[in-house]
Design a binder for this molecule. Sequence first.
Ligand SMILES: [Fe+2]
Length: 414
Amino acid sequence: MTDTTTATPQDTHIDLTQQEREADLNIHELKRLVGLVEYDETKDPFPVTGWDAIVFVVGNATQAAQYYQNVWGMELVGYSGPENGNRDHKAFVLKSGSIRFVLKGAVSPDSPLIAHHAKHGDGVVDISLEVPDVDKCIAQAKAAGARVVQEPETVSDEHGSVRVGAIATYGETRHTLVQRTVDGQTYAGPYLPGYVAKVSTFVKRDGAPKRLFQALDHIVGNVELGKMDEWVSFYNRVMGFVNMAEFIGDDIATDYSALMSKVVANGNHRVKFPLNEPAIAKKKSQIDEYLEFYNGPGAQHLALATNDILRTVDELRKEGVEFLDTPDAYYDDPEMRERIGEVRVPIEELKARKILVDRDEDGYLLQIFTKPLGDRPTVFFEIIERHGSLGFGKGNFKALFESIEREQDKRGNL
Ligand SMILES: [Fe+2]
């Protein structure tokens, strides 16, 4: 089991993870930020506590680690590389709130990361999840027919032990399952055995916020035409994930491109995976463009949760981050204004920043999408601020698509 701290007496069914506790987050905040719900873990065949780390393979981890500190306000906390015995690659561990990113770049010319990077470019190689019992999860995965890529094993160093195993998911992406408490002892190192604590000399600009995002809300996977239902079923069958309300068919279509999307989530909803597949349309869809340039299925976007999207977007723009554009017509449309109703700031504030709004029966959300983060038109980030809505911005998909298509067209890929 992970930590057993509870925030308030009425919230006794949800425990904070170690990462959330270290980030000074509380249950109330997490319910609003990422839509955390209570559930009974004892009946779950594959209990998942939450995200453990998002592992990226990049072309230059040394420089990417600086980018994520300088631009995205993340904090460097750990490292593995030739200086501490890892001659294959360098890996930098960065945190923001309860999110942990691990950036890996090849050092040795023989590193297997080189072939991965040549094939896919910068991208997510591992969506690592924290689980209370790795052996239980791997046994369930095997029984349900999943491909186990790492049998459960205990790895240790002077900070203690963790137990890890891994299963394959779409494309060349994997889910490493990390059990951080072994024989009653919780691992105390900066990340995993083999990593050392590392800080940097980076100093934030005067007045910069403590952090630009607090938690990870969801990660979208792009899979091939006709494969979405297979992967939804994989998450249902293998990992006991539940289907969320937002199931979308052909209604996400513009004149040119279309996609299908369904969403699965773990029991407590910390981990949410929308899964997209391209749909037949007149021109190449954004999912097709991704599949072509990533060279197969993979993680398309990571949604970073914030409690102040206006400030986060302002800070990111100052650092040069480029967001997808939204035409003024989106904000001036009376039908849209009617649907959205009152939100916490005047619509003009959102219009000035090109932030999108969506509302459903539970509340609303504010969201904005970056342009692709790397050279290939593949992985990007979403910034999301939830106010009750547990959706993913379905009402904005058309506006978002049209914006993506304008960018696709500029790249000659529409
Ligand atoms: Fe999203």
